[in-house]
Design a protein around this ligand. Sequence first.
Ligand SMILES: [Zn+2]
Length: 417
Amino acid sequence: MPQWEGGKLPLQHKTLILGLGLILGGVFMWPHSHSPSDQRVAVALDKESWLSQLDYTPVLAEPVGKGPDFEKMVVKGDTLSGLFEEAKIDQQTLYQVLEADLNVLALDTLMPGNTIQFWLDDKGQLQKLELYFNAARQVIFTRFDDASFNAEEINIDGIWQNRTVKGQIQGSFYLSASKMGLTASEIQRIETLLKDKINFARDLRAGDKFSVLISDQYVAGQTTGSSTILGIDIHRGNRDINAYRYSDGNFYDDKGRSLQRAFQRIPLKHNYRISSRFNPKRLHPVTGRISPHNGTDFATPIGTKVIAPGDGVVTMVTNHPYAGKYIVIDYGNKYRTRFLHLSKALVRKGQKVTRGQVIALTGNTGRITGPHLHYEFLINGRAVDAIKAKIPMSKELSSKDKKEFAQLVDKCKKMMG
Ligand SMILES: [Zn+2]
């Protein structure tokens, strides 16, 4: 009963991480999908938005007024141990940071273009480590007296600004939408969302019209690269295919019928005992400090099948010395889930998965006291209680919601012309 997943790092994991390398290059782009879209993903329009964020002003004031002792923008091929070596920080300290990282799993998500900053004390010990992902997201590790670290996530919501993108089909939908300024990942989200309504490869004709309402995130006047689709309308022949995002995060057509398959609450085929609940205020049994439990632990025997709770794309399959083998699935639209301590992953990075698909087998990898599945549900980067959170679960809006939704559709339609 893994109330607490701490303890001593087993030796085999030390060797693991030393040889690990954590190659960062591969995570640069939005999920690759199967062949036809591989090429388009390589367009990587996101790259530009990442690059435009590089001359940032750090949001956080350094309390001692001292700049970092070592700072580097991550480039392709960089490894975590390599970065620590460059900063002259020993491997033992890296493990201590990785232990704190178990709660946020931020180090694995470093990408080329992100910045890592190290602050040292006069003995050359790491005092503070800051990861700068973009203006909306930073993670800061601070050293305690006992040489362990605290991980603090900073997620700034900023402001979301709407933009309408309109165009006509000339060639493929991808080319036409791309020409009007939609990114590869936005186009992929639209195609996934409407996949049961329209065959993008066959059904569209030259001259068909599309209109998309998008909300972009800005922090301190800069775009963060995060966007949410609010409305889509494709006018094909004399028929409209549309989708609007409601406040529950789900997409519905203008009659209020869900376009997405709803989420399943628990990513398992059967019920298992919950051995540790989501608890943002959990106390460390030894230090007494707050060490949040950002997920729900299910007491699953090794080899239990884990299923995708919704339709999404696998964005990470990796090993972590504390989290073990783990998988991240992104559902677009601000939702993400993480599955930790697996024995086997049955999917690869970039793969599309559908609700109910078996994605992995549970295990006891990482540093835990007994086999279990640690399941995290994140909304907009913040962990929520998967058992209680308001997630899209049903196929149709209630009559009360339908009224509110109709007003929203009216508003969207006006903005989309
Ligand atoms: Zn857990």
